[in-house]
Design a protein around this ligand. Structure first.
Ligand SMILES: Nc1nc2c(ncn2[C@@H]2O[C@H](COP(=O)(O)OP(=O)(O)OP(=O)(O)O)[C@@H](O)[C@H]2O)c(=O)[nH]1
Length: 406
């Protein structure tokens, strides 16, 4: 290792990763409006904005002044670029500019995804890329839901459901309009739908001025102030346990807000309320936990099986795990569909809670199945310990499970 500190140059060494915020939400939900507001905040000075939009250059790009490589410097000090296809190239170009000094500071990358798309591939781009994953750090996903059209969109658009499922924060827009005001009520159909899809993400009301930068950035694992991992806040495991995440309510008889089972069966709604119910029922949000340290190999097998066989059904998974071989250092897990972020090892447990905790949002993947698999791999006593092959032959496995790896 060459010492570069004395040469007067910037010391070399691992650079701190650049936090990345992804803003998603269905067409017309208000992404551009929100972004334009956020960019005025001083904490987003020196942020680069990437607009992941395909097709015609529209209004979104009016604030782009032009430049090379699709990257432009704005008078505000922000960088902005548009991507037409290659997010990897754009993210690499940003690093190159930073590393060769053409860009002095890059405090954050904000990606606005196209409204029609599943945001997972954008997340995968960074999670899977061996270099980008070292230089960027996913801070959080902000999903906008339009109070006027949100419920209809969630009923009919798979992508909208996925957008809500991956969110760390939900921003509810257009509650200032008469047709959207009902969604101010946390018990309104839209709010209950959101809470069942993603019980842990706080809902922020844009029209109340709540969608400020301080509420929307710095929501990831690493507390921006202390630079340490805030596991409990990030997982928000309690939210998965309070019953919101369960579509049926029969697990939680005490949860009166769901009015027992069949809370979506109210027939005073539209004729398609049955479809809403069926659709909503396939999504499960739940948490698993254990006091027992998990052998690294068992965890790996559990995750491999889940990912390879059921990846598309894992809308989002987060977790912190106590590994049997290294119990003092928690391992942090984060998956979106079949792609898992390389596990990160934290130097120490942040608080007294050393349980392994995993939270899941799944589609067509029952909680009981995941729970059984978890118990089998993580050491719930059993006379004959099942292995992956035995489990894949398990008659309890859901349809399409056995043999369909990939
Ligand atoms: N009344 C009201 N209008 C809003 C709100 N948020 C956004 N809008 C309006 O909704 C329309 C769509 O907003 P955009 O910010 O362009 O939405 P978008 O999500 O970027 O749209 P696409 O780029 O088409 O996906 C615009 O006319 C906004 O002014 C809100 O909270 N209240």
């Amino acid at each position: 290792m060459t010492e570069t500190d004395q040469t007067g140059k910037r010391p070399r060494g691992p650079k701190p990763p650049i936090p990345m915020t992804v803003i998603t939400g269905f067409l017309g939900a208000g992404k551009t409006t929100l972004l334009n507001g956020l960019l005025k905040d001083p904490s987003l000075a020196d942020a680069a904005v990437i607009i992941n939009e395909f097709g015609e250059v529209g209004l979104d790009h009016l604030f782009v002044e032009g430049g090379e490589e699709g990257i432009v410097e704005l008078s505000s000090g922000c960088l902005c670029c548009t991507i037409r296809g290659d997010l990897v190239t754009t993210l690499e170009n940003l690093l190159r500019r930073l590393d060769n000094g053409r860009t002095e500071r890059l405090s954050r990358v904000v990606i606005e995804t196209t409204g029609l798309a599943d945001p997972a591939p954008v997340l995968h781009t960074v999670m899977q890329h061996p270099y980008l994953v070292m230089r960027y750090q996913l801070d959080g996903v902000v999903t906008l839901v339009d109070a006027v059209n949100g419920l209809a969109t969630l009923e009919t658009q798979e992508e909208a459901v996925k957008q809500v499922a991956v969110a760390d924060r939900i921003v509810l827009t257009k509650t200032d309009l008469a047709e959207g005001a009902a969604a101010l009520d946390p018990e309104s159909p839209l709010r209950r739908r959101i809470a069942r899809l993603n019980p842990a993400a706080p809902v922020i009301i844009a029209a109340n001025g709540e969608a400020s930068a301080d509420r929307l950035i710095g929501t990831g694992l690493y507390d921006p102030a202390t630079k340490t991992a805030d596991v409990s806040r990030w997982l928000n495991e309690e939210a998965y346990r309070d019953g919101h995440g369960h579509s049926h309510g029969h697990h939680h008889p005490g949860h009166d807000r769901d009015h027992g089972h069949g809370h979506d069966h109210h027939h005073h709604g539209h004729d398609h309320s049955h479809d809403v119910n069926r659709h909503g029922d396939s999504i499960r949000a739940f948490s698993l936990s254990t006091d027992r340290p998990i052998p690294a190999a068992a965890l790996e097998m559990f995750l491999d099986l889940l990912r390879s066989a059921h990846g598309p059904k894992l809308l989002r998974m987060k977790g912190v795990v106590q590994i049997a071989e290294d119990p003092e250092r928690p391992v942090v897990l984060h998956g979106v569909q079949h792609v898992f972020h390389p596990p990160a090892t934290l130097p120490a447990w942040p608080d007294g809670d050393r349980r392994s905790r995993l939270v899941f949002i799944t589609r067509d993947l029952p909680e009981a199945f995941v729970r059984k698999l978890f118990d089998a791999f993580t050491g719930t006593p059993a006379t004959d310990t099942p292995d992956a092959a035995a489990l894949s032959d398990n008659p309890l496995a859901i349809r399409g499970f056995s043999g369909s790896f990939g």
